[in-house]
Ligand binder design. Structure first.
Ligand SMILES: Nc1ncnc2c1ncn2[C@@H]1O[C@H](COP(=O)(O)OP(=O)(O)O)[C@@H](O)[C@H]1O
Ligand SMILES: [Mg+2]
Length: 453
């Protein structure tokens, strides 16, 4: 990875952020350390000055000569003038000193070395006052105190440089490691973008955040793959199944053309062609309606619906149709059973089931509409005593346009059960096709809503 690229990586920026925070903390620690140390040292220096002054104070008051000698001894012991002394008598005459004859106020003060006539850059801490009739000035160099700032700055400065170098190195290392893994993710996603939905991201055993994200992406890819496969299947089915009606339409039109050429009537051919195109139109409308239901927008219009009352009224509507077809239709409905749903779609679904029983069963079939409610579930079912659907085809008939071989000539689009399934899915209901021995029972199991009875 080029150093210029480093900045683009969040891991590196994070490492740098942490480094800056550490640096800030170091500077703060340095400042606090300096202040505390400086105050401590200054206090000690003052204590030493006061101690020296007190020592002179406690010496014999009468013997000025002894005092001068004691000071001279101290001056001798400090050849580099780290401590300075000046003793002046009442007349203003300097008795002993290793500094200029400066006038310093009594008490504490800080005086520049140049004023004292000492060849150094550091100022002096001074204490002055009356002593047995004379005036004594004593001072200590601030060299240690002033050097402290430099010592601390140098120490913390080197530590800061070390931390910075270590953080940049660690940040770079982490960023390049992470980059390798991210590159793998990017490459996989590029393969997905180019249409390969079967590819998956590598998930390590570490289980870190990148693994979690990779796992999520893999699951999404699986779902996406299944969806795309289902879509592909549906479009292939639709394309395949629509060829037959389109071929029929073409045959009618060709028939009309032939008849027209020979001067015969084309009325029958055109009527048949119109009927065929209407059937195709119906198929497309039904396909669109199923797609709309699957899109789920109608869920917003959901309201409590009493499935028992709904089933009873649809049964009533179809009673005469069933009777005309030679069937008997009866309702086996007891108490109200409420679910959250779309009344119009539920009516359509139940109607489709009753129509199927009427259409696909021979005369003399018994059709029963039933609604049962348990504590958590409402089961609506339509049962007939007809030929039923072979077990192997019970899932297939839920697919768009799928019809049993023997029903090819019966009226219908092969979309009735697909719509029932779409409505069931929209309502969170389970659809089951079971053998009613003999016959077929289609059950819709809805989650029951509590609070409405
Ligand atoms: N009650 C039933 N008894 C027997 N077969 C049925 C029944 N209901 C549906 N089928 C079979 O399932 C197929 C699909 O049903 P459906 O999707 O409603 O399409 P359509 O009724 O338009 O043919 C039907 O063509 C028929 O073969
Ligand atoms: Mg049908």
């Amino acid at each position: 990875m080029r150093p210029a690229d480093l900045w683009r990586h969040s891991s590196f920026r994070l490492a740098l952020g942490v480094t800056l925070a550490v640096l800030g903390a170091l500077i703060l620690a340095g400042a606090v350390g300096y202040t505390v140390l400086h105050r401590q040292l200054a206090d000690r220096q003052d204590a030493r000055l006061r101690e020296i002054f007190t020592t002179f104070q406690q010496s014999d008051a009468a013997d000025q000569q002894d005092l001068i000698e004691a000071i001279a001894a101290r001056i001798k012991a400090s050849p580099n003038q780290s401590s300075v002394y000046l003793l002046r008598d009442a007349a203003g005459k300097v008795l002993v000193a290793n500094i200029n004859d400066v006038s310093v106020p009594a008490g504490w003060s800080t005086v520049e070395a140049a004023t004292l006539g000492v060849p150094t850059d550091y100022p002096y801490r001074i204490f002055a006052g009356e002593l047995h009739g004379d005036y004594l000035v004593i001072g200590l160099s601030n060299a240690d105190l002033d050097d402290l700032a430099e010592i601390i700055l140098t120490g913390f400065g080197w530590a800061a440089v070390a931390v910075l170098v270590a953080a940049i190195a660690a940040g770079g290392w982490i960023a390049s490691r992470l980059q390798r893994r991210l590159n793998a993710v990017t490459e996989t996603l590029a393969r997905v973008a180019s249409g390969d939905l079967s590819t998956r991201l590598a998930v390590s055993k570490r289980g870190d955040d990148l693994d979690v994200i990779s796992g999520e992406i893999n699951q999404t890819l699986s779902r996406l793959g299944a969806l795309v496969e289902a879509m592909r299947q549906v479009s292939a089915d639709i394309a395949h199944e629509l060829r037959t009606p389109l071929n029929r339409l073409r045959i009618h039109i060709e028939g009309a053309a032939l008849n027209a050429a020979s001067g015969a009537s084309v009325d029958d051919d055109l009527a048949a062609a119109i009927q065929q195109s209407e059937a195709i139109d119906q198929t497309f409308s039904a396909l669109l309606r199923i797609a709309q239901i699957e899109a789920g927008a109608r869920r917003e219009k959901f309201a409590p619906v009493d499935v028992a009352a709904l089933m009873a009224s649809v049964g009533e509507v179809y009673a005469d149709v069933a009777e005309d077809a030679g069937h008997t239709l009866r309702a086996d409905i007891t108490d109200a059973a409420w679910v959250m749903g779309d009344r119009e779609l539920l009516t359509q679904a139940v109607a489709n089931l009753i129509e199927n029983a009427i259409r696909h069963c021979p005369p003399g079939t018994q059709i029963t509409c039933a609604v049962r409610a348990s504590r958590t579930e409402v089961t609506a079912s339509v049962t007939d005593t007809g030929p039923g659907i072979p077990e192997a085809e019970r899932d297939l008939v839920l697919r768009r346009l799928y019809r049993l071989e023997k029903s090819r000539t019966t009226m219908g689009t092969g979309l009735g059960l697909s719509l029932v399934k779409a409505v069931a899915d929209l309502h969170g209901a389970e659809i089951c096709l079971v053998d009613a021995a003999p016959g077929l029972r289609v059950e819709l199991k809805f989650p029951r809503i509590i609070g409405v009875s």
